[in-house]
Design a protein around this ligand. Structure first.
Ligand code: 4NP
Length: 166
């Protein structure tokens, strides 16, 4: 997979799902903790957004927050909708599933925009999943699977970003 080469420069990462209340805010919270633990706050900027505006301004879903808290995370971002400007602001736009991929790609204007779109599962090596499944209409095991996939993928993503700093 092509990862842009960055030296002495701030890297920005945007996670995207449908509602921006379950998967992408969890990815944001997990990634932010990794960035802090690695003292990279000055080098890596992390945010999240949803392709729908259905939950704009809301905190993450209580179930997602609870599953995060159990692993030591505080998911507290407010939902916002993905917008075209995000292609200009972010280096990595990382989507959770195929629907997110196509909805983000529809807004791309240039090949450079499209090249910034990645799938979260591209960074996972412990799982063979092609998507991070939407947990919204399911039970606790769906939220745990989201946490497992995101922890694996975010760890690998940060390692890739760090290797580009070296
Ligand atoms: P997310 O999950 O895309 O991971 O935030 C969902 C949140 C809300 C809805 C669907 C999925 N919804 O239908 O409102």
């Amino acid at each position: 997979m092509h990862i842009p080469h960055v030296k002495n420069q701030k890297v920005s990462v945007l996670f995207v799902c449908l509602g921006n209340i379950c998967r992408s805010p969890a990815a944001e919270g997990i990634m932010k903790k990794l960035v802090t633990d690695n003292h990279l706050e000055e080098s890596v900027f992390v945010d999240s957004a949803g392709t729908s505006g259905w939950h704009e301004g809301e905190l993450p879903d209580n179930r997602m927050r609870m599953h995060g808290q159990r692993r030591g995370y505080d998911f507290c971002s407010l939902s916002r909708k993905f917008r075209y400007d995000d292609f200009e602001l972010f280096d990595y736009i990382i989507v959770m599933d195929d629907d997110n991929y196509w909805n983000v790609k529809k807004l791309a204007k240039t090949e450079g925009d499209v090249a910034k779109i990645y799938r979260m599962t591209d960074f996972s090596d412990k799982f063979s999943h092609h998507q991070v499944p939407d947990p919204y209409y399911g039970g606790a095991s769906g939220f745990e699977l989201v946490m497992d996939l995101l922890e694996d993928a975010c760890g690998n993503l940060l390692n890739k970003i760090k290797s580009n700093f070296e």
